[in-house]
Design a protein around this ligand. Structure first.
Ligand code: ADP
Length: 180
């Protein structure tokens, strides 16, 4: 399904983000930018050595990437030209600033995208795997953050996709997008 908000289309797709035909895919990374499991493992496997090397350079320069921030690398062997690595919050019950940090992941990723002339971008469901963020809450936070940017006149890519791996995650995002 998809929804148009001003000049931006938000599109929900069920599938594998490593196959996304977009300018940039977003990775749910960790603070050390060291390969993990989940979507990070899948993106690094498909992207190849160039991605790991680029992450190693960033780690050497700045120690990694703090939670709520984002860094950009080559997409390596992916169809996407770039990977934007953002670090979602670990869920600690909801009173530890998780929502603000998750919103920051989306804002920082979209800002980096625009700075690199990215017109189409694909996000996974950041933080809802190993990091334990409840998917319904994460979906609403993600979509509301993007909606708020667009309506406040911030430039974002015109095509924003969420590529969601499983049925349950897809249906949470579909419910949130319907109610947006
Ligand atoms: P986090 O550590 O931020 O919680 P995970 O990688 O554990 O990140 O999970 C985030 C989401 O990514 C989960 O919904 C998981 O099912 C999904 N995921 C895993 N592999 C892929 C993939 N290849 N494409 C898209 N989403 C994926």
């Amino acid at each position: 399904m998809q929804k148009q908000i001003e000049q931006t289309t938000i599109e929900l797709i069920q599938g594998d983000i490593t196959k996304a035909e977009v300018d940039a895919v977003v990775n749910a990374a960790n603070e050390k930018l060291i390969g993990g499991g989940g979507v990070d493992g899948a993106i690094r496997r498909a992207g190849g050595d160039a991605v790991t090397k680029a992450c190693d350079v960033i780690r050497a320069q700045q120690g990694g990437c703090p939670t709520g921030k984002a860094v950009i690398t080559t997409g390596g062997n992916l169809p996407a030209q770039y990977i934007i690595h953002t670090v979602g919050p670990v869920w600690h019950g909801g009173n530890s600033g998780e929502a603000a940090l998750l919103a920051s992941c989306y804002r920082e990723s979209l800002q980096l995208a625009v700075e690199n002339d990215v017109k189409s971008i694909a996000f996974p469901s950041i933080s809802t795997g190993v990091y334990g963020y409840p998917t319904e809450k994460a979906a609403t936070e993600a979509l509301q953050t993007i909606r708020d940017l667009v309506v406040s006149g911030v430039t974002v890519p015109t095509n924003i996709q969420f590529v969601l791996f499983d049925d349950a995650t897809y249906s949470c995002y579909a419910d949130s997008l319907t109610n947006l």
